[in-house]
Ligand binder design. Structure first.
Ligand SMILES: Cc1cc2nc3c(=O)[nH]c(=O)nc-3n(C[C@H](O)[C@H](O)[C@H](O)COP(=O)(O)O)c2cc1C
Length: 209
């Protein structure tokens, strides 16, 4: 029995294209994998630990091989708890809007928490960085108001998909799949057609996920 973590990064609920497409993936996944469990992490409702002075000092202490102060240890426990939760799953689904050509700040906040040395990646001067979250698939479901087709000048503005793929790869994912809904702000016809195409491909993808 596998566990799927669904990380939802749009605040728009039922009006969100990324959420609607990801919900279709989850519905198809549940149908195809009846023994599996799906947990939803809505980043707009989650109580994420702050990455403030104490927490950042805790990170630098690890990077510099120093021990934590009592305050840093307590703050770092919140980070470790979030990472333990993240790593306890077998498969991942992340749905996200494009905001200012990148990720919404709640998703960036979550990624800033879970991408940590010794926990989700390691560094060795001889071999460089190694991701520690391995052997697990992730599906990205991404909505954006405009269009950023590969090979066009607009693609250079896309700091959503390449960045998310880079970060997932950095922490060890090699099976990174994606569905894109665009352009969602060019009128309902184009938006709904793109959503329908994404839903159809995600329903299929969910079966073999
Ligand atoms: C704060 C904010 C910033 C946005 N920035 C961009 C952007 O840079 N490029 C773009 O194509 N669309 C942008 N949009 C439009 C959203 O990407 C679009 O509405 C998308 O459908 C949002 O995903 P959702 O429907 O899942 O919430 C922005 C929307 C908001 C609210």
């Amino acid at each position: 029995m596998a566990k799927l973590l669904y990380i939802c990064a749009s605040p728009m609920g039922e009006r969100s294209y990324s959420t609607r497409a990801a919900d279709a993936f989850v519905a198809a996944y549940r149908k195809a994998h009846t023994g599996d469990t799906v947990e939803t992490l809505n980043l707009w409702k989650a109580d994420l630990p702050e990455f403030d002075l104490t927490t950042a000092s805790g990170k630098y202490a690890i990077l510099h091989g120093k021990s934590h102060s009592a305050e840093e240890a307590a703050a770092w426990q919140g980070v470790v708890k979030a990472i333990d939760h993240f790593k306890s799953f077998d498969k991942y689904l992340i749905s996200s809007p494009m905001w200012n050509f990148g990720l919404p700040y709640r998703l960036k906040h979550y990624l800033d928490i879970i991408i940590q040395p010794g926990l989700t990646f390691s560094f060795d001067p001889a071999t460089g960085y190694t991701g520690l979250v391995t052997g697990k698939p992730v599906m990205l479901v991404l909505a954006r108001g405009g269009e950023y087709p590969a090979g066009t000048p607009a693609a250079a503005y896309d700091h959503q998909r390449p960045y998310l793929e880079l970060l997932m790869g950095f922490i060890g994912f090699t099976d990174i799949r994606a569905a894109v809904i665009e352009p969602t702000l060019a009128g309902p016809d184009k938006a709904e057609a793109s959503l329908a195409a994404a839903v159809a491909s995600l329903a299929k993808a969910a079966e073999g996920f």
